[in-house]
Write a protein that binds this ligand. Sequence first.
Ligand SMILES: NC(=O)c1ccc[n+]([C@@H]2O[C@H](COP(=O)([O-])OP(=O)(O)OC[C@H]3O[C@@H](n4cnc5c(N)ncnc54)[C@H](O)[C@@H]3O)[C@@H](O)[C@H]2O)c1
Ligand SMILES: [Zn+2]
Length: 356
Amino acid sequence: MKRLDVALGQRSYPIVIGRGAIGEAGAVVSRSARRAVVVTNAVVAAHHLPALRASLDAAGLAHDVVLLPDGESHKNWATLHDLLTRLLELKVDRTTPIVALGGGVVGDVAGFAAAIYQRGIPCVQVPTTLLAQVDSSVGGKTAVNHPLGKNMIGAFHQPSAVLVDTACLATLPARELAAGLAEVVKYGAIRDAAFFGWLERSMAALLARDDEALSHAIHESCRIKAEIVAADERETGERALLNFGHTFGHAIETATGYGTWLHGEAVGTGMMLAARLSERVCGLEAGARSRVESLVAAAGLPTVPPKLAPDRWLDLMGRDKKVERGRMRFVLLERVGHAVIRADVDEAALASVLAA
Ligand SMILES: NC(=O)c1ccc[n+]([C@@H]2O[C@H](COP(=O)([O-])OP(=O)(O)OC[C@H]3O[C@@H](n4cnc5c(N)ncnc54)[C@H](O)[C@@H]3O)[C@@H](O)[C@H]2O)c1
Ligand SMILES: [Zn+2]
């Protein structure tokens, strides 16, 4: 079992990574509480709830289970409200932690409930998709969607621990695995050329769900995310680097309707477009640009963006919430392993990437 720490002073917390990490839940929760509320959904519960319950039972912890409806379309105010109602009915007090078992949807809703229930209760994240294991469970962003925008209603609330059990990935659909790999590729691209090289050599092992390869990829991804979050918890600067590929990606998601492209799929294609823009505006070498494209393709992610008129792209990207003071900000690569934030991208360069 590997361990990392997210260094945030009093809000610091451990990330435990490895096969069987769910088994740590009982020990983690029993350090500060006598009971827990597990929040999950029926799909995840069928596969992975027994291991979690066994761990809580072994530590002598009473626990209730609340099931949320599955899917991004339920990541909304109504689901949050129902969860808060259940917490009140169960007479959950301020010391009782929520244990969020599931992908990013469960983690974001349960994390947000923990942020606001009685002004805040602890939350232990037990992410079960690769995307949640390398991204959404770490960093404390919690949210639900509003009809007018994704993740528009939320709070920062750091978890008290993150337990990443690689055994959970055995049951994950291949398409979801690939979507998570997009975020893994992102970490290498923005921050760590050696890790990017390792990914190029190890993609086959990752797709074959080799446990050692997955553990290493998750560890390196969480290490990079933890460093960035520790330096800029509330995204006033450096944390925005994590949005590499996301401005184009969000445009793809919005244009095609949420659910048609998975988030990670849109980010994969978005990174290819961002690499092309980087080649035009900040000197990314053609060879480096093609390495990004090849790695996205090797992960089994789509590589052809939907056909949209350049004006439509601009309109969709302009509506992204990462726009500040009317200027579109892009995360671009100067080289593999080094990203920068640029707010001065020339419209003509952008238009030529979109037209191509
Ligand atoms: N908070 C953050 O910082 C952050 C970062 C990135 C993404 N997100 C959010 O995460 C969400 C996407 O998360 P996701 O990609 O995990 O999607 P998801 O939570 O919808 O999970 C995908 C599907 O896989 C199922 N599933 C989960 N674990 C499984 C397993 N081990 N075996 C079989 N099936 C399993 C789920 O029930 C679901 O049907 C989005 O809402 C996004 O906004 C949040
Ligand atoms: Zn993302």
